[in-house]
Write a protein of this length. Structure first.
Length: 366
């Protein structure tokens, strides 16, 4: 299909939707009732839904009928079920799930007290921010989507803006754009976070990719090039030796607690790092890869969750590791935005179909 010209293709269909395209849909049941998804189909078998009501993150995603991500029992709940002001761990009840969740924009990681004295409001000199903050459970202020032809190439896009603000506090915006093409297994994601306020503002960002069964299964593995063995995030109650297993996938394990690691990934000449989860037993070899600008996202966190039911592998590039913002700043991480300052993050994700593409990716690692 991708080898045909625009004229050759359109002579064969009554509507582009026969072979791919972009379409707005809405869920009608359970806690996802009312949640909208902009479903992108590239025509290769890659399909993913951008969810404007959940931070413009990607919800459902599959390739040729194979699900790519972990989904919670309730599905992708609407943000109106989020109880972040009552429960600092409410993100785990509503936010987690789908192909990826954005964490931030002020803080990432476990609930923490953040210094907000820079805003000059004496009644809010510090504030409690819950697990991974709230941008993933914030509806987009606006969004657009469409298909356009550039010669014989049909480009598919979804873009919009999500805002995180509070009076006497942060005023941040996330401008997001997805771009792919008919016949492609690759998606480009470009985010720009801007401090639209007039005060220096804390800012952290993490991309929480949640890969699940059947891609995640016994024998699957992570392909990555690390400069050294990882450090544990310190949350697990299991044996420290599990740290050596961060690349591997086992069968679901009863009572598995947590596997989280800070990994130093190598960069190529352009400053990009890459990682992929591959399952060579699935359909003759299938993988999901992530490539990103490591200069803007210098930290990489590996989430290995082998628990029954919560059975997933997380690929998580971030602006910084988890920690106290003042301590992170002392370590050289850029965890604040000046008034009017913008910061851009570029990522690419997609499919590795077959052993040739998997081997080529492995050979391309720095």
């Amino acid at each position: 299909m991708s080898e045909r010209t625009r004229d050759e293709l359109m002579r064969r269909v009554g509507n582009l939707a026969q072979v791919g395209g972009v379409e707005l849909m809405r869920h009608e049941e359970g806690q996802a009732r009312g949640v909208r998804s902009v479903v992108v189909r590239t025509g290769t078998g890659l399909s993913f839904g951008v969810v404007p009501d959940r931070g413009l993150d990607v919800g459902l995603a599959d390739f040729q009928g194979i699900g790519l991500c972990w989904l919670p029992p309730k599905g992708l709940a609407g943000p109106w079920h989020y109880e972040g002001d009552l429960d600092p761990y409410a993100w785990l009840r509503v936010g987690l799930g789908g192909l990826f969740n954005t964490a931030g924009l002020v803080s990432i990681g476990v609930p923490q007290e953040v210094d907000t004295s820079s805003f000059g409001f004496t009644q809010r000199l510090s504030a409690r921010y819950g697990t991974h903050d709230r941008i993933a459970v914030t509806p987009a202020s606006r969004f657009t989507f469409g298909e356009r032809w550039d010669g014989d190439r049909c480009i598919l896009t979804v873009e919009g803006v999500v805002r995180q603000d509070i009076a006497y506090g942060e005023n941040l915006s996330l401008a997001r754009r997805y771009e792919t093409a008919l016949g492609s297994n690759t998606v480009k994601l470009v985010d720009t976070v801007t401090n639209d306020g007039f005060f220096e503002t804390p800012h952290q960002l993490l991309y929480h990719f949640n890969l699940g069964y059947p891609l995640v299964d016994e024998g699957a593995e992570l392909l990555a090039s690390a400069t050294e063995e990882p450090e544990s995030l310190g949350f697990a109650t299991g044996d420290e030796s599990e740290r050596d297993e961060w690349r591997s996938v086992t069968a679901p394990q009863p009572g598995f607690t947590f596997g989280g690691y800070v990994v130093s990934l190598k960069q190529d000449a352009a400053g990009r790092s890459a990682v992929a989860l591959v399952n060579r037993r699935l359909r003759g070899g299938l993988g999901f890869y992530l490539r990103y600008d490591a200069r803007a996202l210098p930290a990489y966190l590996a989430w290995r969750m082998m628990r029954e039911g919560l059975y997933a592998v997380g690929l998580e590039p971030a602006t910084n590791p988890f920690g106290n913002p003042s301590e992170l700043a002392e370590q050289g991480y850029a965890v604040t935005l000046a008034p009017g300052e913008s910061r851009t993050y570029e990522l690419e994700f997609g499919i590795l179909a077959g052993p040739t593409e998997i081997d080529s990716f492995a050979e391309s690692l720095p």
